[in-house]
Design a protein around this ligand. Structure first.
Ligand SMILES: Nc1ncnc2c1ncn2[C@@H]1O[C@H](COP(=O)(O)OP(=O)(O)O)[C@@H](O)[C@H]1O
Ligand SMILES: [Mg+2]
Length: 364
């Protein structure tokens, strides 16, 4: 689906013990820090479904269902799963752009679960979002100068107009745009350039050098394949330079493998598998992850992957299947167990960091 992303500035990891068929070269990501930047505990987000829509009155749609996770300083957590499984909702809840229905959220150690928007404002400087479609998220009537300047003004970051102008020029240069684009409007740019403007806007309020958290919600999905790698590399450079943490949402599993330290797989609002990226791509324990990843073409000709095809559509999150919500589509379904008892996310081998929510994980 995407072009191979090649990168020369970062050394490739080679371990003596890696099997020869370990897959394409994956560049080593810098180790994230120990400090936890974002923490979610049993977070759920329910949306009311309009009365009368469903027989029997008011129902709720469980977009995110009991998700717990942590993201450390300088870490990228990849988030994958079929459309509608709750990825964007989770990203927005973590930033408190949506209020969680249940659960708790901490940002840099501060509980932000019920903090007022006013009190969140100083934290907002270090919590940002980059959207899939940079065009629809940039006001078409505003110039680049106004778009980036607005973010600076909201937080009162500049000492006067001249200072603001210099800040904008610096930000534009940082994302690879020339300062003379300031007077232009979003429609005058290509998709990749627009995404750079979106990134400059997100960075405008970031306090450089102190880290921060950016939800990257399908940031390259709307871009030409040839441009995707440039944006990914820009995001990685910024991460290294500024110590940023990312929740990187994408349906492109190759890109997620490339950018992520760890990957979470979501199905119907729940995280069903969570593991270091390399471990997950080498060994998928959840039948859903296997199915999802088997849809990725394997680059080397000698290596074959069992293509497990999923039966049926994703069930509705309004009335999801009982217990393990994947059970109606699962090749390993055990009646009386999978449809009765919710599988909890558990670490398969203590200390491995590889968690799976399945009663009958593969390869065990
Ligand atoms: N504001 C909303 N009101 C009602 N339902 C919503 C709202 N936002 C998302 N949903 C529903 O929540 C589920 C998860 O959506 P979303 O988080 O956008 O999934 P993804 O990003 O994985 O495609 C979907 O069923 C979607 O229709
Ligand atoms: Mg989405």
């Amino acid at each position: 689906m995407s072009a191979p992303i090649s990168r020369v500035s970062r050394p490739t990891v080679t371990t003596g013990t890696a099997p020869a068929q370990a897959g394409p070269e994956v560049a080593a990501l810098p180790e994230p820090g120990e400090r936890v930047v974002v923490r979610a505990e049993s977070v759920s987000k329910l949306f009311p479904v309009e009365e009368g829509w469903f027989r029997g009155g008011k129902r709720e749609l469980r977009a995110v269902d009991g998700v717990s996770l942590e993201i450390r300083a300088g870490e990228t957590l990849g988030l994958v799963g079929e459309s509608g499984c709750g990825k964007s909702t989770l990203g927005r809840v973590l930033l408190r752009l949506l209020d969680p229905t249940y659960g708790r959220i901490w940002f840099e150690g501060t509980d932000i679960t019920v903090t007022s928007q006013r009190d969140l404002r100083p934290l907002r400087r270090r919590m940002q979002i980059i959207f899939q479609d940079p065009y629809s998220s940039l006001n078409p009537r505003m110039t680049v100068r106004q778009i980036v300047g607005e973010a600076i003004q909201i937080h009162g970051l500049a000492k006067g107009a001249k200072d603001e102008e210099q800040m904008i020029a610096r930000l534009l240069s940082r994302v690879g745009l020339r300062a003379d684009v300031m007077t232009r409007y979003p429609h005058e740019f290509s998709g990749g350039q627009r995404q750079r403007i979106g990134i400059a806007r997100a960075l405008a309020v970031m306090e450089t050098g102190t880290g921060g958290f950016i939800v990257c919600d399908e940031p390259i999905s709307a871009l030409d394949v040839s441009i995707q790698a440039q944006i990914v590399n820009l995001l990685q450079d910024l991460q290294e330079e500024l110590g940023l943490s990312y929740l990187f949402i994408s349906h492109d599993l190759k890109v997620v493998e490339y950018v992520s330290h760890r990957v979470a797989v979501m199905y119907l609002g729940r995280v069903v598998e969570l593991a270091p990226a390399r471990a997950l791509y080498e060994k998928r324990h959840h039948p859903y992850t296997r199915a999802l990843l088997s849809a990725v073409p394997v680059p080397e000709p000698g290596r074959r992957t069992l293509r497990v095809l999923l039966e049926g559509d994703v069930p509705s999150p309004i009335d999801p299947p009982k217990a393990c919500s994947f059970h109606p589509r699962c090749p390993k379904f055990h009646k009386g167990h999978c449809d009765v008892e919710i599988p909890l996310l558990r670490e398969l081998v203590p200390g491995s960091g590889h968690f799976v929510a399945c009663h009958y994980p593969e390869g065990t």
